[in-house]
Write a protein that binds this ligand. Sequence first.
Ligand code: ATP
Length: 214
Amino acid sequence: MKPIAILGGTFDPVHLGHLRVAWEAAEALGAQVHLMPANMPPHRAAPVADARQRVRLLEAALVGQDRLVLDTRELRRDGPSYTVDTLRELRAETSVLQPLVLLLGTDAFAGLTTWHEWRMLFDLAHIMVLTRPGHVAALPRELAAEITPRRATAAQELRESAAGKVLDLPVTPLEISASSVRTLLANGREPRWLLPDALSAHAELLAPYRQRQP
Ligand code: ATP
């Protein structure tokens, strides 16, 4: 069955690193990827742009796409966006057979044991770890033990069951981060070729980042 994949993040602002990695996951899985902006990320400082502004940037970036879609469910919830709650909500809306795939960068994955109800994540979704070619992250022993029996070797395995497997996906490394884009904008520079072209027609959406942060 065609999986639904989720790429969560702050998207403060969305950039080509996000879109490229989402696209590569969509192609590898034959999936639709939900880009899911977080409201109050439990592990992070407050975003520079408010939720409405980050959504407008994502909408502008995704015009004309059908495999990458915006999913604002976490913004509609009060309080911290725990991934386990988001997956429960998605699971409740879909068939028990629907493959759900949580997309995580290597660093986020290595920190998984600090997440709220982390073992439950495997009951609700597969995890696809977006890896940098040649880069191997050390995993805490508890996590390594949990995932050893869950390791998949091909994306097809994630299409054939609803949850519980872990697969690495080597992705094209683009050295772009939202923080470097914010720094460029705060310094009056143009983040050209780091952001989707569609955003150049919406300069006003980047205005919050141009004001120097205290
Ligand atoms: P910041 O610089 O503010 O920390 P960020 O650019 O890492 O932000 P997030 O919104 O935190 O962006 O990222 C959401 C997801 O996208 C994370 O899983 C992150 O690993 C992934 N991601 C971000 N930038 C890249 C990139 N250049 N290549 C691959 N994945 C990326």
